[in-house]
Ligand binder design. Structure first.
Ligand code: 5IU
Length: 465
């Protein structure tokens, strides 16, 4: 069997088909490639993995990692044949909370060879490379079976990754034609299709720093926040969800030097009186942080106006930031905005929640982005679980962050600071119990600050971003 060319074998098992196929994008294609079928043909899998191992100098890597899922079996077969250890990248990290994105044994600084079945734009390889890099691995090479010749190799080259492909798609077509499996008409049709499909090599995105975004922000509180984050080197927000004002103020004084935002649920305090606000404002001045009352307004414009400015708490008087659900429509934003006309105030829109079974849908989240764009003088950003827009003016703040736990018994789901800032590309981590319930909260607050800040700095580095 190993004497049969791999390309012919791929055709024989139906991993490469010719005809008329409707792709996910709706486009009609004269060719269809599904290399996952290889896993069902052990001899072919062996032949392919041997060929891939021969393609890349063994001196250039320490571990192997297949892009999930198509290349997992290939990478495993390569590992078995070469004795080179394998690591696995999880694709669905979210539902696993703080569990590792990368499974297996490896050390920071080791070189990882990425294995893939097919390359089109290179996006899947880059995504895997980014997770591996976040885990401290070095990525210089990727080995794969087929290069569709649609820009992916050049894209990866720009990002510092050399691609070793067993075949280009035109080479396979030529081989099949020579073997009498394809007519020259079909070959020509497929080549023309591929030419028309050529993807643009995407421009490398440059990540803006917090201070650059301070210049661009259209809301005054967002401007202040971005600037102070850079100045204090912190993207950590803390919520001391405790019920006594004494404990609350003590904690705030303790964490103040390490945070950019202090998030409150003022109605949790059992002994609330005006002195809390006076002391809180003094501490905000002393330690240079902003105050965010996590009030989650959800009523019609006129009611939220009153809830924001009146009642026991007079939130608009002391909270730089508050937040609102968009369920009632744009009136809630207009109501809150008109309630604090002469103050620098910012509103965060609730676009996603961290809790299990949350009813937020992608369409609803997209509406939050649209409303933010339409009210960018007052709306400063989002409470969310991932970056929602490339618009640099908006701050993305993410609750549900913990270094040691994956959730609580009543629905909270946690991710790590590295995952939230590095992979999900949000801006601020919101931490409560991770610090509050730590044996040593003052040590924990610095640990969270450092983890969040390092993830941000890594994101700013141009390579592979
Ligand atoms: N919070 C969430 N998830 C959300 C939203 C708010 O946890 O989606 I919107 C609040 C609740 C709590 C804080 O005040 O963020 C998280 O605290 P812990 O880190 O202690 O779970």
């Amino acid at each position: 069997m190993s004497s049969t060319p791999i390309s012919l074998k791929l055709f024989e098992i139906g991993a490469i088909k010719f005809g008329s196929f409707k792709l996910k994008s709706g486009i009609e294609s004269p060719i269809y490639i599904d290399l996952r079928l290889i896993a069902s043909y052990p001899e072919l899998l062996k032949q392919i993995s041997q060929a891939l191992l021969q393609k890349v100098n063994r001196e250039t890597y320490d571990v192997l990692c297949g892009v999930p899922y198509g290349a997992l079996s290939i990478a495993t077969a390569m590992s078995l044949q070469s004795g080179c250890p394998l690591i696995i990248r999880r694709k669905e990290t979210k539902s696993y909370g703080t569990k590792q994105v990368i499974e297996g044994v490896y050390q920071s600084g080791q070189r990882c060879l990425i294995i893939e079945d097919l390359i089109t734009s290179g996006a899947s390889i880059l995504e895997t490379a980014k997770d591996l890099q976040t885990a401290g691995l070095k990525i210089t090479d990727a080995a794969l079976i087929i290069d569709r010749q649609q820009g992916g190799v050049q894209h990866l080259q720009k990002e510092g990754i050399r691609v070793h492909a067993l075949f280009t798609l035109p080479e396979i077509l030529q081989e099949l034609e020579q073997q009498g499996k394809l007519s020259s008409d079909v070959v020509q049709e497929v080549l023309t299709f591929l030419e028309n499909q050529k993807t643009q090599v995407p421009q490398q995105k440059r990540i803006l720093s917090y201070s650059e975004r301070a210049q661009l922000a259209t809301n005054p509180v967002a401007k202040k926040l971005f600037a102070l984050m850079e100045e204090k080197e912190t993207n950590l927000a803390f919520n001391p969800d405790v019920s006594s004002k004494e404990k609350f103020l003590k904690l705030v004084d303790l964490v103040g030097p390490f945070i950019c935002v202090l998030k409150t649920h003022i109605d949790i305090l059992e002994d609330f009186d005006e002195s809390v606000i006076i002391e809180l404002q003094k501490l905000a001045e002393k330690h240079n942080f902003l105050i965010f009352e996590d009030r989650k307004f959800a009523d019609i414009g006129t009611i939220v106006q009153m809830q924001y400015c009146q009642g026991m708490y007079h939130i608009a008087d002391w909270a730089d930031i508050t937040n609102a659900h968009i369920l009632p429509g744009p009136g809630i934003i207009e109501g809150l905005k008109s309630a604090a006309p002469n103050k620098d105030r910012g509103l965060l829109l609730l676009a996603q929640m961290s809790s299990k079974g949350s009813l937020f849908t992608p369409e609803y989240t997209a509406q939050a982005v649209k409303l933010a764009e339409e009210h960018s003088d007052f709306v400063m950003g989002f409470i969310c679980q991932q970056k929602l827009t490339d618009d640099p003016r908006f701050v993305h703040m993410t609750p549900g962050v913990h270094l040691a736990s994956s959730g609580d018994a009543i629905g909270q789901q946690y991710n790590s600071p590295e995952f939230v800032i590095g992979t999900k590309e949000t801006d601020v981590i919101i931490v409560g119990r991770g610090i509050l319930q730590a044996d040593n909260p003052s040590e924990a607050v610095e640990r969270y600050r450092k983890a969040g800040w390092q993830a941000y700095q890594q994101r700013l580095e141009p390579a592979l971003i």
